[in-house]
Design a binder for this molecule. Structure first.
Ligand code: BG6
Length: 492
């Protein structure tokens, strides 16, 4: 059983309380924490949004969300009723005056509570909500503000958001979410690297040939076309989630687990990332867009049909990149990353491929493939595999074949793997910012992404089509194969 340490009593205010993120992620995560008795009974969760609804209607709305997004086996009717009793609701106009006095009156009942404000709204409203929080005297020492991505669509807009929020909240009270950092296996990356001497000593260009990061999704744009079409895979997945995974894989050991020490090290990686300019954009990047195909045996439409806008779109739903981290540890070690919608599997993994031995006593045909890969599986089936070469059993010669030293975390620890938001929402209450992005990190990753976006603008090419249900355009396979390497595939 995991150890559950209750947090201090809080008033969690969720702006965007009727939106998709609140329904799918925030309410289910808070319910799970309540079910595990981590939330003190006097705490309140206060929904705020523009819609006018009664408290009963809001609780009904929340009940429906929980029934839809929490697995039925994890719904305990008594706990569910108890959880709903902690919900409150205020109709607030983020841009105007309506509702703010009511919100203040509710919060003033318990002035010394930990008070996180979760902004699950469009980022356009972040500045205005923060200004109103300040104007109505709702910010104190115990307040924190939580910002969902996207924080901007380029460096300039990210700075504008950071300036507006930073005008009323000190950096130490700002929690920028990248939910990938809350995934158990992502945190396990730090445990793996810094609590196991065998890996950390091998974690460098002398021993590692290359690293691959794949974040594949089977879903398409699922009704988010309006947002997605102005974003694309680079902004939606690479600038944040993938770069964060890369940072945790590549960073030096922080001096402690304290938030700023970890973030200092991640920032150094972002600053060491080689910018991709128009000179090399064609050789190290591939953009793709899904066409009709089949995923999991089910026929699906292409991106243009999913968008249903009638306008041709050049937005990428897939991207593959060859990246370089310019420092002593990683000199000459490529990081191949790829992510896309409508791929054959929902799969996120980091693959560390070790170099082949410079000399082998085994005959050249003894090997089926390159030896020694460490595969860190983030989802689904969180776990880790180390591929080692073993002798193929049986008489007659010495043939080798790769076998897995395989740890499935769920089987090993025999417990439910919490959703990333469960951890992150409670870390905000604790005031622990280790798994959140600091302003300079967000801006450094936008600075890098802006250079690439500019390079794509300077060398305009339509995204390459790929059939839904495939691993992206063939050019993404060529991207790695021309270096004599291949994307990782499962071994049996
Ligand atoms: C979000 C992206 O940040 O992450 C979505 O906006 C994407 O497009 C999602 O689907 C993936 O998250 P997860 O946890 O399902 O891998």
């Amino acid at each position: 059983m995991a150890t559950i340490i209750p947090v201090s009593p809080f008033d969690y205010v969720v702006f965007g309380a009727t939106g998709d993120l609140t329904q799918r992620k925030l309410l289910p995560a808070l319910y799970q924490r309540y079910r595990d008795a981590q939330i003190p009974e006097t705490s309140r969760i206060i929904g705020a949004s523009r819609s006018h609804m009664s408290l009963e209607e809001f609780r009904e709305h929340a009940r429906d969300a929980l029934k839809s997004f929490v697995p039925p086996s994890e719904i305990d009717e008594t706990k569910l009723a108890g959880f709903l009793d902690h919900l409150f609701y205020v109709a607030v106009d983020a841009l105007g005056d309506e509702g703010w006095d009511e919100l203040k009156a509710l919060l003033d009942e318990r002035p010394d509570r930990i008070r996180p404000y979760y902004l699950a709204t469009s980022p356009d409203l972040y500045g205005s909500i923060c200004r109103n929080l300040d104007r109505y005297g709702l910010i104190g020492e115990n307040s924190r503000v939580v910002l969902e991505k996207p924080i901007g669509k380029d460096l300039k807009s990210a700075r504008a958001i950071n300036d507006a929020v930073g005008a009323v909240f000190p950096e130490s009270q700002i929690f920028r979410i990248d939910h990938y950092l809350g995934k158990e296996t992502v945190q396990n990356l730090m445990a793996l690297r810094f609590a196991n001497t065998i890996f950390e000593r091998l974690w460098n260009a002398d021993v590692i040939d290359h690293v691959q990061i794949t974040v594949g999704e089977t879903v398409g744009v699922e009704g988010r076309g309006g947002y997605y079409d102005t974003s694309g895979a680079l902004r939606d997945m690479v600038q944040n989630h993938i770069l964060q995974l890369l940072c945790l894989t590549a960073m030096e050991s922080p001096i402690s687990l304290d938030a700023n020490s970890v973030r200092d090290e991640k920032l150094k990686v972002l600053r060491a990332l080689k910018p991709i300019t128009s000179a090399d954009v064609q050789s190290v990047t591939v953009r793709g867009q899904y066409a009709a195909g089949a995923v999991g045996g089910r026929p699906v439409e292409g991106y243009q049909a999913d968008l249903d806008s009638g306008m041709p779109s050049r937005t990428e739903t897939f991207v593959a990149l060859k990246l370089e981290v310019r420092n002593g540890r990683w000199a000459g070690v490529p990081f191949y990353v790829r992510t896309g919608k409508r791929l054959p599997k929902k799969l996120s993994e980091i693959v560390v491929q070790f170099r082949a031995s410079p000399f082998s006593i085994f005959p050249a045909d003894a090997f089926g493939r390159e030896p020694n890969r460490l595969v860190i599986r983030l989802q689904p089936e969180e776990g880790m595999k180390l591929e080692v070469m073993t002798k193929d059993p049986g008489p007659g010669g010495m043939r080798l074949r790769p076998t897995n030293l395989d740890i499935s975390f769920e089987e090993t620890f025999k417990q439910r793997y919490p959703d990333a938001y469960e951890r992150l929402l409670m870390d905000v209450v604790r005031g622990n910012a280790t798994l959140f992005m600091r302003r300079d990190e967000v801006e450094a990753s936008w600075a890098w992404a802006d250079t690439l976006l500019q390079a794509w603008t300077d060398r305009p090419e339509p995204p390459r089509p790929y059939a839904a249900g495939s691993w992206g355009p063939t050019a993404s396979i060529a991207l790695i194969e021309r270096d004599g390497r291949t994307w990782h595939e499962e071994i049996g």
